[in-house]
Design a protein around this ligand. Structure first.
Ligand code: GLP
Length: 250
């Protein structure tokens, strides 16, 4: 696990965008695994700006998102599909038919999970997976104690995750109770992983990532089993991690 320590969210977003742009330039047909949440928003702003000013093209890129709420249609203002359209896809030359998210409206959710896994395989796997991290260490919507063997599956969201995400809804009761998420095994199958963390509210999760061994009670610890993980984190997120211990993360 390689750590890039940056000053603030702004610098984190800029550096993360550089990694993605480099990937797209060297692999114009790359499969990008994308994430939602507040953390990657600034990265997406940088990607759009770079596309507009420098002309980096996404015409050949395919994208697969980590997760989607169950019960929200793509045009619902709180669906992850809508989030991605608003914050990234509309600003790029990415053809709509090359954009993939789990369908949270599917009648048979288990079949939808299998379809999504097969789709990722058919695309040749994910070249670069972008991740945020939940306060409890969740990645995607893989909550603590999810088996590290899981591929795409349906999860019941924990109260703490629903509470954290309630800020995007009218109130917590509006937050869906279930989601479809790529599993830890799907995430670990990506060729490269880029984890972003910013702010004091992620400091405890980053401390645990550094100090704990691989264990299912802390989902992000699975990343220690992967050979190519870059963590870009700001000073606030790393405020509980001893500088000298950065090198011990793997
Ligand atoms: C959500 C998403 C995750 C995201 C996490 C952190 O639950 N499913 O993919 O990483 O929350 O969100 P934020 O970046 O807003 O802190």
């Amino acid at each position: 696990m390689r750590i890039i320590r940056v000053k603030n969210r702004w610098e984190m977003s800029e550096k993360a965008a550089q990694v993605i742009i480099e990937k797209v330039k060297t692999h114009p047909f790359a499969v990008l695994g994308l994430a939602t949440g507040g953390t990657p928003k600034g990265t997406y702003v940088n990607l759009i700006e770079n596309h507009q000013k420098e002309g980096t093209s996404y015409a050949g890129v395919r994208t697969v998102n980590l997760d989607e709420y169950v019960g929200l249609p793509p045009d619902h203002k709180n669906s992850y599909h809508h989030f991605m359209n608003k914050h990234l896809f509309r600003g790029l030359d990415l053809p709509e038919e090359q954009i993939f998210l789990p369908n949270g409206m599917a009648d048979d959710l288990d079949a939808e999970c299998r379809r999504y896994d097969a789709l990722i395989d058919a695309l040749g796997g994910i070249d670069l997976q972008l991740l945020g991290i939940g306060k409890n260490g969740h990645i995607g919507f893989n909550e603590p104690d999810t088996s590290f063997q899981t591929k795409t599956h349906v999860v019941e969201l924990t109260h703490s995750t629903r509470k954290a995400n309630a800020r995007f809804f009218e109130n917590i009761n509006e937050v869906p109770t279930h989601a479809i998420t790529m599993g830890i095994a799907s995430i670990l199958a990506s060729k490269e992983i880029l984890l972003l963390a910013s702010g004091k509210n992620k400091a405890e999760a980053m401390r645990r990532l550094w100090e704990e061994d691989v264990n299912e009670a802390f989902p992000a610890s699975a990343l220690k089993m992967h050979e190519h993980v870059i963590v870009i984190a700001d000073e606030d997120a790393l405020s509980l991690v001893d500088r000298d211990r950065h090198s011990r993360a793997r």
